[in-house]
Ligand binder design. Sequence first.
Ligand code: 5AD
Length: 355
Amino acid sequence: MTPGEREQKVKALIDKLCLTRKLKRSEWIELIRERTPAAADYLFELARVVRIRHYGHDIYIRGLIEFTNYCKNDCYYCGIRKSNTYAQRYRLSKEDILSCCDQGYELGFRTFVLQGGEDGWFTDERLCDIVSAIRNSFPDCAVTLSVGERSRKSYQQLYEAGADRYLLRHETYNEDHYNRLHPPQMSASHRKKCLWDLKRSGYQTGTGFMVGVPFQTPENLADDMLFLARLNPQMVGIGPFVPHHDTPFADAPGGTVELTLFMLGLIRLLLPRVLLPATTALGTIDPEGREKGILAGANVVMPNLSPLQVREKYLLYDNKICTGDEAAESLNHLKERMEKIGYHITVDRGDSLNI
Ligand code: 5AD
């Protein structure tokens, strides 16, 4: 095949995805492996049309509260892994968290995302108490949890306490790949079980993966897309892998903006109504990452609402942005930036219309 013919083939696969939302594994692999800049532009145009059909030009905001960086896990890529003794650990109190929510509410946030490492201090009892306090104080807000793998019973209790949504990236579908990124105590199968448990418990569920994480192949990404199609989550979070200097992957190359945007576009076509953030990691490796993500099909941004004194400590990867336009306080500036590319930040909760 000539390069021109290959590009036509890739565009035909994008058309097929857009029309049928179904590709075979071999087609996903070809689409990802053979992508070209022109094919990417074509994809982004379609992704914008699909996103605008379902959500107009609205961009949803979520206030991110990183409430603990203690973690019992030891993921090779993550800066708050247990073995990183250089990480300065912190844990917010219930009062701290509620005061973050107060500030967020004032700024216009109607979704709070409580994210943390897998911190045993936050037992079901303590976490349920915090969730129900937020639920009672902010009855018009959605509460999203992102606190890792827990038991079915725990997910159920947190749901009953008032959590509406849960984010748990599957990280990578393929077991061998998963095992190269995580210590033996962790498994891809348990991660997936948690995701199905979350769905069954009634949560609006989000999953996702890193782009360009070590050892990742187009085959792995194809499997990630097939998994998304099966799970049919309401949210998908993807961002480039960014190395952290105190982890085993310190010297690995990071993921690219180019491939991250391409994957965002594909996800928009696969799951037209999905809530898809232009993530902090994308904003970290490119000052215009958020805008580029939106123009590739994303429709959510998640500014940081954590107290200023802890923000720098939640360092999942090097140079993670947490001030400037990443900060919830700079919402006005973020609004202006979105307006410049023709989009508007809305304070709607933006519950997914997905079934
Ligand atoms: N680079 C990019 N993303 C990372 N995460 C963890 N470490 C890194 C890194 N080095 C992502 C994981 C996790 C989410 C909270 O942050 O995908 O699920």
